[in-house]
Ligand binder design. Sequence first.
Ligand code: AMP
Length: 209
Amino acid sequence: MKTEKDNNSFHRICIYGGSSDTISPVYTEAAAELGHLLAREGTGIVFGGGKTGMMGAIADAMRAEGAEVIGIIPELFNTPELGHQGLTKLIVVDTMHTRKAQMAEMADAFVALPGGFGTYEELFEILTWSQIGLHTKPIGVLNVQGYYDPLLDLIEHSRQHGFVYDEHRTLLMSGKNAAELLEKLKTYRTPDGLDRWVHRKGPQAGSEH
Ligand code: AMP
């Protein structure tokens, strides 16, 4: 198996994903599939440090192959039931905000696996940071069995009504499986005109839609 870092792969991806254990194995298997693919490419992950649900599934798959898995967990969640103790490194921080900022800092791309409120919040925060120019790293959702279709439809609805600019819509990619998503993330190019939102250059929101 190839484990050296390939030039066309990311150094480390930030993973967001559901903590729930009441989910179909279809989802945890998809998380593990992404984990195996990343491990084979020599890519590490940074994530919330949980051992349950989607987080536990990807972390376990990658650790089984000896890949780098870094967890960043707030003190509050670092309990025997929640915190993953088998990681390359588990960094305990004071707050959720510190956790998210460190995860963003340490990664060169972001992937949201299927998840709930916590995952949505993390995904939309990092998407918003891209929109306002705080970073230019690729962001995608793993759309396992169409899990994210309603969210993608909502974003399209927002675009059609002028609340999301066309160029901002392209900041979020999606792939129905790990290989497809990784390929999209690797070929991502920051769209032109992103600063229109900040500087209000060109047509105002709504006039071109
Ligand atoms: P949710 O999608 O609501 O299950 O929230 C999952 C996301 O929120 C993950 O990406 C984590 O970063 C964070 N999170 C929520 N619950 C936990 C937990 N028990 N342990 C670690 N991280 C968690």
